[in-house]
Design a protein around this ligand. Structure first.
Ligand SMILES: Cc1cc2nc3c(=O)[nH]c(=O)nc-3n(C[C@H](O)[C@H](O)[C@H](O)COP(=O)(O)OP(=O)(O)OC[C@H]3O[C@@H](n4cnc5c(N)ncnc54)[C@H](O)[C@@H]3O)c2cc1C
Length: 330
């Protein structure tokens, strides 16, 4: 077995996704702890063109799995063959829809240990050790493979767990994964795609999320939240109450039965902060809550708790951010 750390690197239009930059930095950090190298498994449109750029982000080598916008699951046989071949210590996968598909394929087909969604990782005593929230987020557990477990360990990593390397230099060696032969997965194609599906990816990769709950009162109540998210360059999310009411697609629901997110900033407006919602966003670096009830549970774990009507506060906040941005640009 090598001490290399593999990571799944998603590309679109020749550029690595934010998750790829974060995992490159994470894999480089873990590889230096293990005494190996960070190796990218790249896929998505333009992956071959953009692959070498991952060298500046910490990757020593990039293996191209696919170079078009086919669904990632169609690459399952290729990724399994490449991972088997690399005989690495661990594989890091982003907690995105494509990352989840490929991680599940790896674990299911290679019968290797799976961890996630992971919010911290390190190499200790030559094995991958991870931290994850369990029991509805009330406990953070540290997990590692049992003695003699097969390698590699596969970890599904939440966005924001690692920070991309700024101003790095270097170029990675690029190679193409060998042809894995025909498999049933090859037949997966994109039948239809919608704007909303793109937003799902944004939610999991977003560094800023503005989430709305029952308190927004209806579909149109998300308008001011969308404006605030746009002013901050972030994405819109929701509680289950808002999704159940049909005000926003389920793909944008955060929580136990929705997405687990880890943005730098989470702003929750008209959300009470039920435990089932909290488990999906409690790893956010900073939490701001806007609620007219001073006793709302979200106030107990928010860094900043603004008590008031969201329909006054959110637009005022948006105006102020726009004003400051305008002043910066002037
Ligand atoms: C098995 C299970 C799984 C679940 N999974 C999830 C999940 O994944 N995600 C999730 O979110 N929930 C989930 N839930 C539901 C969860 O228990 C809560 O019911 C839900 O999160 C409540 O949503 P909310 O905070 O939007 O609504 P509410 O609890 O009704 O809160 C609305 C809040 O808005 C405030 N408000 C109202 N008007 C305004 C205003 N004008 N300005 C400011 N504040 C205002 C109110 O004071 C209140 O605090 C799950 C429940 C179960 C049983």
């Amino acid at each position: 077995m090598s001490n290399d750390i593999l990571f799944l690197a998603e590309f679109a239009g020749g550029k690595p996704a934010r998750s790829a930059l974060e995992l490159a930095a994470g894999a480089a950090e873990l590889a230096s702890q293990a005494g190996g190298s960070a190796v990218a498994l790249a896929y998505g449109s333009g992956a071959a063109d953009g692959a070498a750029s991952l060298g500046a982000q910490g990757a020593a080598r990039v293996i191209i799995l696919g170079d078009d916008d086919r669904p990632a699951i169609s690459l399952a046989a290729t990724v399994v063959a490449a991972v088997r071949d690399a005989d690495a210590l661990a594989v890091l996968a982003p907690a995105t829809p494509n990352g989840r598909d490929l991680a599940a394929a790896l674990v299911g087909m290679l019968h290797v240990p799976a961890f996630g969604p992971v919010r911290a990782a390190r190499v200790t005593d030559g094995v991958l050790e991870t931290e994850q929230a369990t029991l509805q987020g009330s406990v953070i557990t540290t997990a590692r493979p049992s003695d003699g477990a097969p390698t590699p360990s596969v970890a599904l990593v939440l966005s924001g767990t690692f920070t991309p390397i700024e101003g790095g230099s270097g170029s990675a060696e690029v190679e193409h994964a060998p042809d894995a032969g025909e498999s049933a997965f090859d037949r997966a194609t994109v039948a239809e795609s919608h704007e909303a599906e793109a937003k799902v990816v944004n939610l999991e990769e977003a560094t800023v999320i503005v989430a709305g709950g029952r308190g927004v009162g209806g579909e149109e109540g998300f308008g001011p939240l969308r404006d605030l998210a746009a002013a901050l360059g972030g994405a819109v999310g929701a509680s289950r109450a808002a999704a159940d009411a049909g005000w926003i697609p389920y793909q944008l629901q955060i929580g136990q039965t929705g997405k687990v997110v880890k943005p730098s900033l989470y702003i929750g407006a008209g959300i009470s902060g039920a435990i089932q919602h909290r488990v999906g966003m409690q790893s956010a670096e900073h939490v701001i809550a806007i609620n007219r009830d001073p006793d709302a549970p979200i106030g107990e774990f928010a860094d900043l708790f603004v008590v008031g009507d969201l329909f006054q506060i959110v637009p005022a906040l948006t105006d102020e951010i726009r004003r400051r941005k305008g002043a910066e640009g002037a």
